[in-house]
Design a protein around this ligand. Structure first.
Ligand code: NAD
Ligand SMILES: O=P(O)(O)OC[C@H]1O[C@H](O[C@H]2[C@H](O)[C@@H](O)[C@@H](O)O[C@@H]2CO)[C@H](O)[C@@H](O)[C@@H]1O
Ligand code: MN
Length: 446
């Protein structure tokens, strides 16, 4: 589809390891989502510049028609834009490392977006995301923010409650990645060949239905046969660049499926079904953050440095674009061109899951168009799933209460209620350690 209009996009989190991927996929999509301008915004000038200097070269060589700039000034960043792509990490990897390591100190699973670590990260993200929404509304009132910045479930609950009319859509690529694996398992090209019914919370959900989009064939029986042995691990060429810890995650789906074989789980259920297994298999001194510093961050920043030194990206062999970046570009395209394609959104339930409260934030299929999202009805949640979701979403709501009320006790209740934490005394120890390191980012909790 082509149009006269060309769009202006700002990536908030210009220094993100995913930014070069966004850029490469935006360039690849110029025939369907044409840009006139691309900007980066970050609050760490030095980190952003390392990526931006390489992107400047890439843009000159591959898309000179698009005006490119980068800034730490919010007015410059958010003026004259149609889309904000959110990819910030408040506190960067230094704070992610604490999110993972502090709970482990007390025998509790430590993970980026789940358990106490995920709640700590969510509380850090709320004020930064609300601030970006406010700048977007002030400087580009017609713009849409498509946000990846975690912890999405908590950020989405804060948006629902505190910015109910904002043009912000909180998204996650995990179900897309899982569905792409399902497609590969069934011999299909990509997740685009699959139709689905999925429901849950972010990083906490289940497929009720998976079909071949073209023929309508029910793929659940075939998938279940495969998943009970291999989980969502595909192997071979498909997984040639997948890191070892992701392999373990996709294989673990076999155990998650065995627990509830009527549906197929989001791979993140491992953290709630098997938190003690996570602890037993973790190295408290070397967590996922350390792996990223040694691998993804090294590759991305190393390649940027190499391009800048060479003064060209012509021999650039690195391409970290992929599902993550394709997905956000496809969503911007769907909104820009009012396509009403089916993706997934984290939004107020309002009946999408019939036996959950209207004000629950849920992750469900939705049609994406010029007016934003139209969430779809997914039917009833199973008893097991509903019980789990009620507990988890209450934790997410309590974190937002803690933010609004500056309440230590609400945060302690959130930690205590969480399925990954054994009791209130352990919750308190974790929270007290987290209070110290999060001082620059959290509201003062009293
Ligand atoms: N929703 C999803 O499914 C999904 C998938 C992958 C990654 N993510 C999220 O994407 C984000 C980026 O991940 P990454 O690993 O590339 O992180 P990263 O640490 O490499 O980059 C994040 C950038 O955000 C910047 N930043 C921090 N606070 C900011 C603020 N207040 N304003 C502007 N910039 C700020 C940092 O300086 C840094 O350059 C994270 O939130 C991550 O959890 C989400
Ligand atoms: O440990 P990380 O930073 O590698 O991953 C944490 C994120 O994991 C999911 O995103 C994956 C995505 O599903 C996969 O397809 C590929 O693009 O990598 C992404 C990041 O590694 C999850 O959806 C995110 O919310 C997490 O932040
Ligand atoms: Mn996600």
């Amino acid at each position: 589809m082509t149009s006269e209009k060309k769009y202006s996009v700002v990536i908030a989190g210009g220094g993100s390891t995913f930014t070069p991927g966004f850029v490469l996929d935006l360039i690849k999509s110029q025939d369907k989502f044409p840009l006139r301008q691309l900007k980066f915004y970050d609050n760490d000038a030095e980190r952003q510049e390392k990526i931006a200097k390489a992107v400047e070269i890439i843009m000159k060589e591959r898309a000179p028609q698009i005006k490119f700039s980068y800034t730490t000034d919010p007015k410059e960043a958010f003026t004259d834009v149609d889309f904000v792509m959110g990819s910030i990490r408040v506190g960067k990897y230094e704070m992610r490392s604490y999110d993972e390591k502090i709970p482990l100190k007390y025998g509790v699973m430590g993970q980026e977006t789940t358990g106490p670590g995920g709640m700590a990260y969510g509380l850090r993200s709320i004020p930064a995301i609300l601030q970006i929404i406010d700048w977007m509304e002030e400087y580009s009132p017609n713009a849409w923010m498509i946000n990846y910045s975690n912890t999405i479930a908590i950020v989405a609950e804060a948006c629902r409650r505190l910015r109910p009319n904002a043009k912000v859509i909180n998204i996650c690529d995990m179900p897309i990645d899982d569905m792409d694996r399902m497609a590969a398992i069934c011999g299909l090209d990509s997740w685009h060949d699959i139709d689905f019914n999925y429901y849950g919370l972010n990083h906490f959900g289940w497929w009720k239905e998976v079909r071949n989009k073209k023929t309508g064939e029910d793929l659940m029986p075939k998938l279940k046969e495969y998943v009970k042995e291999h989980g969502y691990w595909v192997g071979g060429d498909y997984d040639k660049s997948t890191e070892a810890s992701w392999e373990a995650t996709f294989r673990k789906v076999a155990d998650e499926y065995a627990l509830e074989p009527e549906t197929l789980p989001n791979n993140y259920m491992q953290y709630y079904y098997f938190p003690q297994w996570e602890v037993a298999n973790a190295d408290p001194k070397h967590t996922r953050t350390d792996e990223i510093l040694e691998y993804r961050q090294k590759i991305v920043f190393g390649e940027c440095e190499r391009i800048v030194k060479a003064g060209t990206a012509a021999d650039n062999i690195w391409d970290i674009s992929g599902l993550h970046s394709e997905y956000i570009v496809d969503i911007c395209h769907a909104i820009a061109f009012n396509t009403h394609e089916k993706f997934l959104a984290n939004c107020a339930n309002n009946g999408a899951i019939s036996n959950m409260d209207p004000d629950s934030v849920v992750e469900v299929p939705a049609l994406f168009g010029a007016d934003g999202i139209q969430p779809m009805a997914t039917g009833e949640a199973g008893r097991f799933q509903r019980g789990l979701m009620m507990e988890q979403q209450t934790c997410e709501k309590l974190v937002v209460d803690a933010y609004v009320e500056h309440s230590y006790n609400k945060m302690l209740q959130a930690f205590t209620l969480n399925k990954t934490v054994p009791d209130a005394s352990v919750a308190k120890k974790i929270l007290d350690d987290m209070m110290v390191v999060n001082k620059p980012y959290w509201p003062e909790l009293k």
